[in-house]
Design a protein around this ligand. Structure first.
Ligand SMILES: [Cu+2]
Length: 158
């Protein structure tokens, strides 16, 4: 009699234990989205008073692609993103930030274009911008203002 009761409660606890992992299995993993990080940002001190360009790299360590869709800053209400092709630049709607890859904005290529500057950024200052993406939340970055001819050394590309 006593023995049977023990067996029954042992069986009950086995059932209780197996219910646990089944519930835990409901949690979803979210490692498939983009994971963005910005590095190497700078702005060459503009030559004129009216417009400037900004450069940076957006790294994506996540498994999902994203897009840079717009940029805002206090120094200008007219900021667009441009690509350069055959020595000419043109506005684009978005830049791709590939999954497990990066978006490079660099001199002679893709860049952020600041028009109708409210004040001219001077070397040594920093320009705060906010990058907006299709999927990821906005990222705030400070662009150190460098000499007009500044070009960072090329980094290893993969
Ligand atoms: Cu441009």
């Amino acid at each position: 009699m006593n023995r049977r009761t023990t067996a029954a409660s042992a069986l009950a606890s086995v059932i209780a234990l197996t219910a646990g992992p089944a519930l835990a299995g409901c949690s979803t993993s979210s490692d498939s989205g983009p994971e963005l990080k910005v590095s190497g940002a700078f702005m060459p001190q503009p030559v004129g008073d009216d417009m400037a360009a900004g450069f940076l790299t957006v790294q994506n360590k996540g498994g999902g692609a994203d897009k840079l869709t717009s940029v805002t800053s206090d120094i200008s209400d007219d900021i667009t993103i441009h690509e350069s092709k055959n020595q000419k630049m043109q506005e684009v709607k978005a830049f791709d930030v590939p999954a497990d890859g990066e978006l490079d904005l660099e001199r002679g290529g893709n860049h952020i274009m600041f028009m109708k500057l409210k004040q001219k950024p001077m070397q040594g200052e920093k320009v705060a911008v906010e990058l907006r993406f299709e999927k990821s939340g906005p990222i705030k970055v400070e662009l150190p203002v460098k000499e007009p001819t500044y070009n960072p050394p090329a980094t290893m590309k993969h």
